[in-house]
Design a protein around this ligand. Sequence first.
Ligand SMILES: [Fe+2]
Length: 270
Amino acid sequence: MQKEDLDFFRKWLLDYVSQFSSPDSFIQDNINLKFGHTERVCENILLLAKTEKMKDKGCRLAETIALFHDLGRFEQFMKYKTFKDSESENHALLGVKILKKTGVLSRLSLKENDIILKAVEYHNLIEIPGCAGSKELLFYSKLIRDADKLDILKLICEDYKEEEKCRNRALDFNLPETPGCSESIVKDVLNGRMAKMGDVRNQNDVKLLRLSWIFDINFPATFTILKKHKYLDTIISSMKEAEEVHIIEEYIESCLNAAAINSSNRLNRP
Ligand SMILES: [Fe+2]
């Protein structure tokens, strides 16, 4: 993959997204939100790729995955007015469908096509499938998952700091701000597992779901960035008073400390 290919993809995406321009500010703001997200995920993936000492060709492939990882979001929002996959469709699979239909990747090798399509498909799964394929695919899939999570955490933390009336309700899926948390989500977090979107019932649950992402971080540099920007602290302090919050806060802190002591990039239960 050459530099010209990446330039072509960047331009292609700009043209693609411009089709979704809308006079409706609710739609336009959310299209802009996802385009901005894509740009920052590209920056994040490059940062991680460089920390992993990847060569230029690998960095370009990583950036292409980041460019297209949320391609399905634009059509999803236009069609369903939500980013919630369960109320619309799986945006990763939709992205893969669009990539195939448009043939935008046809200038790349079969191997590169395969890595991009699968890494896009896997980016929002609860975990990368065991039979994911080559070591290379596994590596790129991990890169996009970390790069993506970093930006979503940044976005939501900025949103939590906004005044109530300025907040973007699409980010918390318009869920109610009821007290407490769902038992299954608390159980997942306290067992060091990623929580499931299907169990989310209120805003506290969304926050716990996002906190549970730390159990699926793959690169030490991702932890460094999380820590630097205090994303986890911001989420915890934004949660409505609930008995479980303190237990979870202590648990997450102990996991992070254990990870720092072991110098391990993946979290283990303490
Ligand atoms: Fe996504």
